[in-house]
Design a protein around this ligand. Sequence first.
Ligand SMILES: [Zn+2]
Length: 255
Amino acid sequence: MDEPLYLKDPYAKEFDSEVVDVFDGKNVVLRETVFYPQGGGQPGDTGLLAAADGQKFTVTNTRKFGGNALHELEKPGLVPGQKVHGEIDWVRRYLLMRNHTAAHILSGVIHKLHGAMITGNQLGTDKTRIDFSLEDFSKEQMEGFIEEANAVVDAGHEVKAYYLTKEEAANVEEISKLAKGLPPDITNIRVVDIVGFDRQPDGGTHVKNTKEVGHLALLKCENKGASNRRAYFTLPKEAPDTQFNPQKKSDTPRL
Ligand SMILES: [Zn+2]
């Protein structure tokens, strides 16, 4: 399977590539990229593309476009065939990765341990939102969910991503329902596994260990109708584990 660089190595920060297509001057498709295209509640990456002639182009957002990632540039100037060096805003992306894994942990707590249906989520750098459906609900109960999530963080579960065939997925409790509902042309499902805690079908980027997430703090809860609940949490800006220091650039070329 031809996996994009941002999934192959979610910790890749820089890469060399080539411009394949340009739309309206400022929307660029690259041969390969570490820029994550917005999807599944995870915002698209921002960063910089540098051409061989030294010209620099700020990437303000990355979106999905067909099977590719579309890099939205601040200004036009790149043309197909040009070689570029790319670098994502790693501080922002790493914070989003930590928020993404945190959202899976909290969803796991709410769904697996308390039987609620998760109905949506939106990841951010300042706050992350989780929507779920639960009959009885109070702020105290939500504080309890956050505490349980923080215990999962502290337990230091390994986080892995891999692909399962539809047949394999049908035997995994958390994803069997989804696997059965997939169209026939989809044969493999990417799974994010918080080992020993929760597995979810997922196309996003995650940290390698729950300890990197840091402790969730509840910001607010809202009731959106009879049993629809919404909660916002935030994470410390600094990751507790310095092993993946966001300021540190990759020492070896990725390509
Ligand atoms: Zn996810």
